[in-house]
Design a binder for this molecule. Structure first.
Ligand SMILES: Cc1ncc(COP(=O)(O)O)c(C=O)c1O
Length: 430
């Protein structure tokens, strides 16, 4: 099919995520023919830098040869079988590797296939844990303002990204959300959590947070001391701390897990996206032995949850190879250098008149182009210009962000920063 025919058929039959019907009609999508390293290639062979990491998951670049090889080897052996009543060597090996990478005290992994599920499983674990261990009153959840934990109804309830989910408010279960940070200080947020847990702590099962960086909430970075206070307050109140590392994990913000910035050890971790290097849908919820102990017993005490493709061997093979690549190719070290380059680049972009602020941590960088939040148009204008110039940058409204692969070559990152500059200047002129 030629380009026009593909686009016509896409418009006729597809219903793409986070795409309005107007935009579907108005803007031509990028047709991705293949991908390699930090680049997507369109049907004409044009290289386009994948600056949003194919939705924040492409941490090692596209089609890393070792990932492709691991996938082929696994496909030759076993592609899928149920994970209830059977198990497989690759998935067992992955669990061992993940536990070796997990904070102290973690000993159990529950595999799934997307970030929203990894979060919901953590929430269900927390809830059921208390229900069947003598604390039935602990039915409530606490979460942060600006939080995003996924698009299923449970994950939406835990999140508070109202621009995305407001229409579903009547369907959500009740979650107490901390207030917005005041004057960019998170002091009031920490105080709210502390006071709520001091006075009503015995009603709560868990506090869930994205550690250090709130992704979809606008790439908002908060101080590590605040995360420590969340941990102390939850511990004091006997409430579980769930950290959603779906985006922040696997070196995206610097250390392997973002909680390491603060030396915090949570009770449950949700992981997905870059866990399988953005190659296949795969996810995990990590738990401590204490939580697992709360599920010991007969069928009535089991976590009765499991979608068809949970623990899929292809995903497990890719995730296992991903962890080996991190170790053997010193990905975190490489990312440190690239993060410095990214930070320097953002500092220079800060000087452009009309840029309201820049921030970065590890391989996450963001800048503000306006005051209109998720529905702001400047980010999209910059995004369309960037695509013309050779980079796919998906904004969050007026927040433009870059989350390239952790191992992006130095010259490719330089090029991305140049394109970003030109796109921003264009968007501010328009
Ligand atoms: C922090 C966080 N949690 C959960 C999710 C949901 O992951 P998925 O889209 O794989 O369901 C996302 C997705 O962007 C995320 O950023």
């Amino acid at each position: 099919m030629n380009r026009d025919a593909l686009i016509a058929s896409d418009r006729r039959h597809l219903w793409r995520p986070y795409t309005s019907s107007e935009d579907h009609e108005r803007y031509e999508p990028l047709i991705v023919e293949r991908a390699e390293g930090p680049y997507l290639y369109d049907e004409t062979g044009r290289a386009i830098l994948d600056a949003s990491g194919s939705w924040w998951c492409n941490n090692l670049g596209h089609r890393h040869p070792r990932i492709v090889d691991a996938l082929k080897r696994q496909a030759d052996r076993l592609m899928h079988c149920s994970f209830g009543g059977s198990t497989h060597e690759t998935t067992i090996a992955l669990a061992e590797e993940l536990i070796a990478r997990a904070p102290e005290g973690f000993s159990r992994v529950f595999f799934s296939d997307n970030g929203s599920s990894a979060v919901e499983i953590a929430a269900k674990m927390a809830f059921q844990y208390f229900q069947q261990n003598g604390a039935k009153a602990r039915r409530r959840f606490l979460s942060l303002s600006g939080a995003y934990h996924g698009d299923t109804i449970g994950a939406m309830s835990l999140g508070s990204a109202s621009a995305f989910h407001a229409v579903f408010d009547p369907l959500k279960f009740e979650v107490v959300h901390a207030p917005e940070p005041e004057d960019k200080s998170w002091e009031n947020v920490a105080r709210f959590i502390e006071e709520t847990l001091e006075t009503e702590g015995d009603q709560f099962a868990a506090l869930i947070v994205e550690p250090i960086v709130q992704g979809a909430g606008g790439m908002r970075i908060y101080p590590k001391d605040i995360l420590r206070r969340f941990r102390e307050a939850t511990k004091e109140a006997g409430v579980l701390l769930i950290v959603d590392e779906v985006f922040t994990g696997y070196g995206r913000t610097g250390p392997f897990w973002a909680v390491e910035h603060a030396g915090v050890i949570p009770d449950l971790i949700a992981a997905a996206k870059g866990l399988s290097a953005g190659a296949l849908p795969f996810a995990a919820t990590l738990a401590t032995e204490t939580i697992y102990d709360g599920f010991r017993g007969d069928k009535s005490r089991a976590l009765l949850h499991g979608h068809t493709f949970y623990g899929n061997p292809l995903g497990a093979a890719v995730a296992l190879e991903t962890l080996k690549i991190y170790r053997e190719e010193n990905i975190l070290e490489i990312a440190k250098e690239r993060a410095n380059q990214l930070e320097r680049g953002m500092h220079q972009l800060r000087a452009i008149e009309g840029v309201n602020g820049v921030r970065s941590i590890g391989m996450v960088a963001a800048l503000e182009l306006g005051e209109d939040g998720y529905f702001g148009e400047r980010g999209w204008r910059a995004s369309r210009k960037a695509l013309e110039l050779g980079a796919q940058i998906r904004p969050l409204g007026d927040t433009l962000y870059l989350v390239p692969p952790l191992n992006i070559p130095q010259d490719a990152l330089e090029k991305l920063l140049e394109i970003t500059r030109a796109a921003i200047v264009h968007s501010l002129e328009g």
